[in-house]
Design a protein around this ligand. Structure first.
Ligand code: HEM
Length: 471
């Protein structure tokens, strides 16, 4: 019996290998002369997925770059992929030849966010939606949001006071969620905000779980919560239409849109882009803010300098009786450099995914149609050629602007982050309140990251916070 089983397994493996070889041969016929980049495709089907996930992904990428150079091939998560670790290559994919590379996400994630969200698209639809999202994130809008963000940051920090252990990342997520709501809906009724928050956090929990329709699993719960979110959004939209409110927030921009033929956006298009923007805005900003707390904690001299800058502003604002002004947020040079260095060091978006829509040649190498293409932002941000002593947290390096295309925490090209100014504003305002009023102590394990999927300090950086005057 065991013998028959062994023969069956050998037979199956032979058939699979034969088919793979034939497919590879077929695919390579008729292609340009260019060769595939160097690298290893690992095992059939699983490729190098295990190697990638059994260690820190950044170590995997860095080791590959060391071995093969700025462009290499691999096979991860069931996809043949080409990884690119130089500024020129990232620019090629994201900017100059962006039309040859489309965004690509797993279908299970698209279902949760909503397939009409702009970042899943390319071409006319993407351009149209992007203009609307950008309009809601204009400098003018952000300027008008400063007082509200200021109040949200102050109230978030007040709730951490007292020395309890706080999961910094979780609390930062609550704060960035509130800012996202503000951007999208302006001042929203509390009952809607609470309902959105409850369901959004269920979707968020299911986003990185195994996608299955089995009832009771986090993914299935997330799908159900996503349905409820659509219903809440449609209630908000109906109410706004009834009241004929013409707001300039993101919902207003999406509702007021008409194309040249007078067509408006569908409910689904509006809902998917609202949830999509919340998704893009929340974890990203919260992760970076958590790293700011950590780096300031670990670098006491820098913390003192940032404190001095922010306390001077607080004194001008009558010890916080006046809110921060827009011009004050634009004039925080020490804090701003610390934010930039945090974006570089943490590189929370280590890379992005695209898919080649045709066979593409880059520097004599072939990137075959259908392969995934991944510009590796973190490798670029941690390359000593562009950032001296890259593992050192040193905000003063930003006294000189980085070389072109070497600093891309917000991506580059047609899909570059439209929320970057808002994100920076949130980080500056949060830091202002943190350092000018609080002291904090990180609890427990001090180094290391966890991925979810963005890197955050271990366990979300458990920390005790105290108002300075009470200690
Ligand atoms: C520190 C915080 C943030 C970081 C590091 C960040 C980073 C990025 C990056 C790297 C991309 C490009 C991804 C790609 O090319 O595949 C992106 C896209 C995007 N971001 Fe952000 N982001 C942040 C905060 C925000 C905020 C606050 C918002 C909105 C309020 C936002 C909205 C978006 C949207 C809508 C896209 C998709 C743009 C498109 O496809 O055209 N992001 N972000």
């Amino acid at each position: 019996m065991a013998g028959i089983f062994a023969y069956a397994v050998i037979f199956l493996i032979t058939v699979v290998l034969y088919r793979l070889l034939r497919r590879e041969k077929k695919e390579s016929q008729g292609r340009a002369e260019a060769e595939l980049p160097p690298g290893s495709m690992g095992w059939p089907y699983i490729g190098e997925t295990l190697q990638l996930y059994s260690q820190d992904p950044n170590v995997f990428f860095a080791a590959k770059q060391k071995r093969y150079g700025e462009i290499f091939k691999t096979h991860i998560l069931g996809c043949p992929s080409v990884m690119l670790a130089s500024p020129e290559a990232a620019r090629f994919v994201l900017v100059t030849q962006a039309h040859l590379f489309k965004p690509t996400y797993p279908k299970s994630k698209e279902r949760l966010v909503g397939p009409a969200a702009l970042f899943f698209h390319q071409g006319d639809y993407h351009t149209r939606l992007r203009k609307l999202v950008q309009a809601s994130l204009s400098i003018e809008t952000i300027r008008n949001l400063v007082a509200d963000i200021d109040a949200l940051a102050a109230s978030a920090l007040d709730s951490w006071d007292g020395g309890r252990v706080i999961n910094t990342f979780h609390e930062m997520k609550k704060f960035s969620f509130e800012v996202g709501i503000l951007l999208i809906f302006g001042r929203l009724e509390a009952r809607y905000r609470e309902e959105l928050k409850k369901n959004y956090f269920i979707v968020d929990r299911g986003y990185n779980s195994f996608p299955t329709n089995v009832p009771g699993t986090p993914y299935k719960k997330a799908l159900l919560a996503r349905k409820r979110l659509s219903k809440i959004l449609s209630d908000i939209i109906c109410e706004r239409k009834e009241k004929r409110l013409l707001e300039k927030d993101l919902l207003g921009c999406l509702l007021n849109y008409k194309d040249e033929k007078g067509e408006v956006l569908t409910y689904d298009q509006i809902a998917d882009n609202i949830i999509g923007t919340l998704f893009a805005a929340q974890d990203t900003t919260a992760s970076v803010m958590t790293w700011i707390v950590k780096y300031l904690h670990d670098n006491p001299k820098l913390q003192e300098a940032v404190k001095a800058e922010q306390k001077a502003i607080r004194r001008l604002n009558e010890e916080g009786n006046q809110p921060l002004s827009w011009s004050q947020t634009r004039n925080m040079p020490v804090t701003y450099k610390a934010v930039l260095e945090t974006l570089r060091m943490a590189s929370i978006i280590s890379f992005t995914f695209r898919e080649a829509v045709a066979d593409v040649e880059y520097k004599g190498y072939l990137i075959p149609k259908g392969w995934k293409v991944m510009p590796l932002f973190r490798n670029i941000h941690h390359n000593p050629e562009f950032f001296t002593d890259p593992q050192k947290f040193d905000p003063s390096r930003f006294e000189v602007a980085p070389k072109r295309n070497t600093f891309m925490p917000f991506g580059s090209g047609v899909h570059a982050c439209p929320g970057n100014e808002l994100a920076k504003q949130e980080m500056l305002i949060m830091t202002h309140h943190l350092v000018s009023k609080f002291r904090w102590e990180v609890v427990g394990s001090r180094s290391g990251s966890q991925y979810g999927p963005f890197p955050v300090p271990l366990q979300g950086l458990p920390t005790r916070y105290w108002k300075e005057s009470t200690r």
